[in-house]
Design a protein around this ligand. Structure first.
Ligand code: 5RP
Length: 226
């Protein structure tokens, strides 16, 4: 079993009968959804999934997990999702799989959030992983130049040499190569107030629990939210 699989299965244990569960996106969340599918089938676990991407929605439906959109549920009990980087104070970068907008919306309306990662993603400070910024296509080249002028070393997320990656919501992604983010809260505020930015991958004070995949087994850490 690989580390992503061990944390995916471990996190799925937190899901109880009757819960409305936010289903994250990515190769780690994949294993969690697989395990929930197994439990629905073999243990008659009754849940409703709220997927954070078209891919996770399809996976859940294929496994027989009933799904609803975020607007069809009154609340979300628990969201389990992957992350690209988690700092020592449990702030995160997400969006490597381009699903950051739905992921942030679902996490925002969740009573509890669990992140599942392998240990390579635990860092002292954020920024080694390029920060995804989801932008509306109109004016995106202007925004790109603005980020360049600020020294953020932007690159458009591409699917091949000629085509930009387009998110499930029809937006582009600009990745910022920052190396180190000294104050994620200051940068988040700046991006929140930048015209044309739909959402960014700084997920701050969002995780309640982090499950880290290690060679000797998953380590569960309670994050102290500020
Ligand atoms: C998708 C995400 C993913 O959760 C993140 O990229 C981690 O993915 P993986 O588990 O494949 O490493 O934020 O937008």
């Amino acid at each position: 079993m690989n580390l992503k699989q061990t944390v995916g299965i471990e996190a799925a244990n937190y899901v109880k009968d009757g819960m409305i569960v936010g289903l994250g996106t990515g190769s780690t969340a994949y294993y969690m959804i697989e395990e929930l599918g197994r439990r629905v089938k073999e243990e008659e676990l009754s849940i409703v999934g709220v997927p954070t991407s078209i891919a996770s929605r399809k996976q859940a439906l294929d496994l027989g997990i009933p799904v609803k959109s975020i607007d069809e549920v009154s609340h979300v009990d628990l969201t389990i999702d992957g992350a690209d980087e988690i700092s020592a104070d449990f702030q995160g970068i997400k969006g490597g799989g381009a699903a950051l907008l739905f992921e942030k919306i679902v996490a925002t309306y969740s009573k509890q959030v669990i992140w599942i990662v392998d240990e390579a993603k635990m860092v002292q400070k954020l920024g080694g992983f390029p920060l995804p910024v989801e932008v509306v296509p109109y004016g995106e080249e202007q925004l790109f130049r603005l980020f360049e002028a600020k020294g953020y070393q932007p690159t458009f997320r591409m699917i091949n040499t000629f085509e930009k990656k387009i998110t499930d919501c029809g937006h582009s992604i600009i990745d910022l190569h920052l190396d180190t983010i000294e104050d994620p809260f200051v940068l988040a505020k700046e991006l929140d107030h930048t015209v044309g930015v739909v959402e960014h991958g700084l997920f701050l004070n969002m995780a309640d629990t982090v499950i880290v995949g290690k060679a000797d087994g998953p380590l569960t850490i309670q994050a102290s939210k500020k």
